[in-house]
Design a protein around this ligand. Sequence first.
Ligand SMILES: Cc1cc2nc3c(=O)[nH]c(=O)nc-3n(C[C@H](O)[C@H](O)[C@H](O)COP(=O)(O)OP(=O)(O)OC[C@H]3O[C@@H](n4cnc5c(N)ncnc54)[C@H](O)[C@@H]3O)c2cc1C
Length: 491
Amino acid sequence: METKPVRRSARPLTAAEVSTWNDEADVVVVGFGVAGAAAAAGAAASGASVLAVERTSGWGGAAAMAGGFIYLGGGTALQKACGFEDSPDDMYAFMKAAFGTGTNDEKLAIYAERSVEHFDWLVSCGVPFRAKFFDQPGWEPAADEGLMYCGGENAHPFAETIRPAPRGHLPQMADKRTGERGGGYMLVKPLVDTALASGVRLRTDSRFERLVIDADGSVCGIVVTTYGEKVAIRARRGVVLASGSFAYNAELVEQHVPALSGRPGSAIEEHDGQAMRAAQWVGADVAHMDNCEVAIHADPGLMARSLVVNGLGQRFINEDTYPGRIGVATALQQRNQALIVADQRAVDEAVAAPKGTRMIPPPNWVSDDVAELEAEAGLPQGSLAATLDAYNRSAAAGADPLFHKAAQWLRPLEGPIGIFDVRGQTSGFPLGGLRTSVDGAVLDVDGDAIPGLYAAGRTTLGIAASNYASGCSLGDGSFFGRRAGRAAAAV
Ligand SMILES: Cc1cc2nc3c(=O)[nH]c(=O)nc-3n(C[C@H](O)[C@H](O)[C@H](O)COP(=O)(O)OP(=O)(O)OC[C@H]3O[C@@H](n4cnc5c(N)ncnc54)[C@H](O)[C@@H]3O)c2cc1C
């Protein structure tokens, strides 16, 4: 992760220390990415005057560069139009099973219960979805398909006990350009337009520094820096922190989630954790700061058709699951060591399958002598041979007793074997953040709401705790952002 030595004090000012308020609004939103835009729209729809401050010169944040998955379900109109049945109970059961130890179950419950309504709200804001299902494993759909599996719902261990449904909802792109007006852009633009059309003011080039607190400890404003000038902004009803994660604060990453230290971040460098630190200064509790999502830089369609082995030549996961689960298992349990072992047929089929942007490079080594491959790849002698032998024997019998890869992907690997070396090729972002209520209130270490302080998006712990599905960030950021804005406006 790109490092930046950042340590700006986040100590709050007292209102008495503010000589002049330069601006004011009922609700002040910090950050204008997905959570900020939804919070601003939610607060404005509730009748509050809203000012959003944004560090960069424009709106969008990481969300506008994102692939666009929004994790939604429970029977959305898009799921139905694509022929899938889902229910809030199934969605809750999957999230509880898949998102790891430490999920906030109250958040999961309300998210599952109101997911259909949230989808409808996004559509009402103008987010376009095309009713077409993309049926391949992948990091994203090949074109502008609107729905795909994005969390391992259709793979072991979930598919056996929880009715699988695809929940990766993707805004339709007019002309697919991921990273540049991709699905994330097609989500955030309508949310920003909705917010601005309802009277939200946006103040760009304004970097949040600190909170301002009243004598009773409630939050009543913020201080930002605009072109070197300190600007104090009063919040009559509340402040919503929505400025992203701490992925680009090297010190916090090293302190809390060292597995990501020194690795590229799947975020933007504005995610510096300042808002989180400011909230901690006024007593905020944090949750699961050591958890992260990790992307492995490999083609999911190739992995599903191949074996993924660790630095000891051993398999460690079913290769047909959500690639983010493979990434997390690789980074956290396998010391970031993963190699893909494929035959020519696996490569040919993966290349031929429709896919998004990811290309399949040539393998690092190819040979029909496995011992030679082990030596070239630096794997212990006999390790890969044993793995291949066991896999091929059970696959020939139509089974995968170790990791339960689905029958669709099972067959013995034949002929010359190629190895794709993806050791160290991962990137990620932290999942942990401020502990918040389902209405976005920031909770203190006693579990009580800090008056005047709200948060949403990756500044908080959302629905994913120690494992992830694509779409959780845009999903819970927009869902809980809107709720936080409404709650702040209602004070
Ligand atoms: C390439 C890529 C693809 C991704 N694909 C997906 C996907 O398909 N689905 C998904 O759910 N997630 C995806 N993500 C992750 C997702 O984009 C982010 O986790 C999500 O945008 C977080 O939402 P947020 O509102 O918390 O932060 P952001 O959307 O980044 O918004 C935060 C805003 O706050 C601003 N800000 C930061 N610090 C300050 C400050 N001090 N003062 C004022 N403003 C500040 C930032 O400039 C930014 O505009 C992807 C990420 C990347 C990098």
